[in-house]
Write a protein that binds this ligand. Structure first.
Ligand code: 5GP
Length: 114
């Protein structure tokens, strides 16, 4: 059984501030927020990195994005804006090897890069 921190949160073995859950995914606040709103959207299907998601599983990614967009809209960020980020492997800073989509919102966000 895959056993990242996020799997333990899904199994309710670790506490988290869960803001949304359905049969496909869970969303909870990042423990070290990088913006006023920083929520992680995590699928219940197991994929360590984006590299591991085959074309036929693209719906897993689509659901993460549409759930994040719905949440951002519900929180009032549809017009002011928000950012979705998925880090893949070391150079991008991935630290938890269960794919997850970061939603950042609530303030103007700096440009990103190196
Ligand atoms: P990554 O760098 O892999 O894209 O993002 C992992 C994120 O998970 C980081 O932003 C980090 O702050 C967050 N994180 C790590 N451990 C925990 C935890 O135990 N609980 C929560 N809610 N977030 C965590």
């Amino acid at each position: 059984m895959p056993d990242t921190i996020f799997h333990r949160i899904m199994r309710r073995e670790l506490p988290a501030d869960i803001v949304y859950e359905d049969e496909h995914l869970i969303a909870f606040r990042d423990i070290a927020p990088q913006a006023p709103v920083h929520v992680l959207f995590v699928p219940k299907r197991d994929f360590a990195t984006l590299n591991d998601v085959p074309e036929e599983e693209a719906l897993v990614l689509g659901r993460l994005m549409t759930a994040a967009a719905r949440y951002a809209k519900a929180q009032g960020f549809a017009e002011s804006g928000y950012r979705l980020v998925m880090n893949c492997n070391a150079d991008a800073g991935q630290t938890v090897y269960q794919i997850h989509l970061h939603l950042l919102a609530g303030a103007p966000l700096g440009r990103f890069g190196t």
